[in-house]
Ligand binder design. Structure first.
Ligand SMILES: [Zn+2]
Length: 147
């Protein structure tokens, strides 16, 4: 899913659920669970060659900027800096960050290759536009509503 969807889900989890030894594993578990829902994201079409790496990077930068902006606005604004919030958000997108070397440099050392296989072949379900993004917008609205 989009970094925006994963980031807001992670922000909600780390701000609503404690202690840390429960919330942080949940952040990672929910990354994989949400990826199981058929979706479109900035990497869709990259492996099949339908999308260029340059376009995927550009879309990912936009996605990350939107993610950071929304997390800041809905979870951080008017509060002292919350390291747990941002740590949880980074953890929540870490399965996607860990795929960067394989996607862009064909670099797949162990254990990244095992994680990549699990992430893309077991847990990842693709869907095309517009439905691949409509459900994510609904999820994002739900996360914001329940914050
Ligand atoms: Zn993912």
């Amino acid at each position: 899913m989009l970094a925006t969807t994963h980031s807001l889900a992670s922000a909600l989890i780390v701000t609503k659920i404690s202690p840390l030894y429960i919330s942080l594993p949940l952040v990672v578990i929910f990354h994989y669970l949400f990826d199981f829902i058929p979706h479109w994201d900035t990497g869709t079409g990259l492996r099949t060659g339908e999308k260029t790496k340059r376009r995927a990077i550009l879309l990912t930068i936009i996605d990350l900027a939107v993610a950071g902006g929304l997390v800041f606005y809905f979870f951080q604004k008017n509060k002292p800096f919350l390291p747990l919030l941002w740590g949880g958000v980074i953890l929540g997108i870490s399965p996607d960050i860990l795929e960067f070397p394989s996607l862009f440099f064909n670099f797949r050392p162990f254990p990244l290759n095992v994680l990549e296989k699990f992430h893309t072949e077991v847990m990842h379900n693709r869907s095309n536009l517009p439905w691949g993004i409509i459900l994510q917008i609904v999820l994002i609205l739900v996360f914001i509503l329940f914050r």
